[in-house]
Design a binder for this molecule. Structure first.
Ligand code: SF4
Ligand code: SF4
Ligand code: SF4
Length: 315
């Protein structure tokens, strides 16, 4: 994705030089393999630090909340949808932003790669559809398609939905993907199987809140889990408190989640908590034909009321 890098740097340097923005939010190389980190570039001369590759899975919309500056921001498909959601929710205004759109080709799942090489990965590079992994003194070439994050493998909105300038021509969107196979599998379980499934899923949770902190939707000044007056949920590892955190957070994301995967990517113990938000995403689609962040002109179904809203699911 060298051509993306050149274009991202060129646009960012130009915007800063012409004082059209005060900063550009993008990615730079992290100190660990597959861990690009968000960066705030404020000088045109520093635009060369910006990079783009298959390790830019953090959602940069997370850094826009309540900012007052004029900002340039690099946005792949899911970031752009969260930017739309931020604008609709009055967390940033459209005219503060210069959106540098990146046609996304999917992010690789660092956990899959680390597991294949027993954590001994020294360097990861890519060339189109091939990922080269240096580990244990050897270089191994792998197909990127086999290493995608699960959300990227089923993503059908890879191109930004809003932008001011694109870094390349749009990519072909994926067709005929089964986005909700995992949700249907859980829906088909009987109550006991579901209970056991969710028990196992959440057992390793250490309540570090990295998932919440990585999510652009979680911008409340005081999250319900941090409130002490009243205390809505216990602060320890009691399974009912852990469940309450996850279920309530998921409901707070209903009709807003873009399935960007930033929450799951941030989890230090590898919990697939997206199953909760995906179930609600599926319900919003089935009941209201709604997908979050596709349009600035339409209010989300859960913050509007229409007399003909479907209601036969209410019992
Ligand atoms: S969810 Fe889609 S737009 Fe977002 S990183 Fe994955 S493939 Fe790209
Ligand atoms: S809940 Fe997870 S997948 Fe959904 S928008 Fe937040 S970070 Fe992205
Ligand atoms: S990031 Fe993982 S361990 Fe931390 S609170 Fe979220 S699910 Fe639990």
């Amino acid at each position: 994705m060298l051509e993306y890098n050149d274009k991202i740097r060129e646009i960012s340097a130009r915007l800063l030089k012409e004082c059209r923005v005060e900063m550009v939010i993008g990615f730079r190389k992290g100190s660990m393999p597959m861990m690009n980190e968000p960066c705030f570039i404020t000088k045109a001369d520093d635009a060369g630090q910006l990079v783009w590759d298959s390790n830019c899975g953090i959602n940069l919309a997370n850094y826009l909340t309540n900012r007052k500056e004029k900002i340039g921001i690099i946005a792949k498909g899911c970031d752009s949808r969260n930017i739309v959601t931020h604008i609709i929710e009055n967390k940033i205004s459209r005219d503060q932003l210069f959106i540098i759109g990146v046609p996304c080709q999917g992010m690789i799942d660092k956990r899959k790669i680390n597991a294949m090489f027993d954590g001994g990965v020294q360097k990861v590079t890519e060339d189109g559809e091939t990922i080269q992994v240096d580990a244990g003194g050897q270089t191994t070439a792998l197909a990127k398609a086999d290493l995608l994050q699960q959300n990227c493998a089923v993503c059908i909105h890879r191109n930004p939905v809003i932008f001011d300038e694109m870094v390349a021509e749009p990519v072909d969107e994926q067709q005929n993907v089964d986005r909700y196979e995992d949700v249907r599998r859980i829906e088909a379980m009987n109550p006991e199987e579901k209970w056991n499934y969710f028990d196992d899923l959440l057992a390793p949770c250490i309540r570090c809140y990295a998932c919440r902190n990585a999510c652009p939707l979680c911008y409340c000044p005081t999250c319900f889990v941090d409130e002490s007056k009243p205390q809505w949920v216990g602060k320890g590892q009691d399974p009912s408190d852990v469940r309450t955190f996850h279920f309530l957070r998921a409901f707070h994301c209903a009709g807003r989640c873009t399935d960007c995967g930033a929450c799951e990517r941030a989890c230090p113990v590898g919990i697939n908590m997206r199953v909760f938000t995906k179930k609600l995403e599926k319900e919003c689609f089935d009941q209201f034909g709604w997908e979050a962040g596709l349009s600035l002109d339409e209010r989300p179904p859960l913050d509007t009321y229409r007399p003909d809203d479907p209601d036969d699911f209410i019992r």
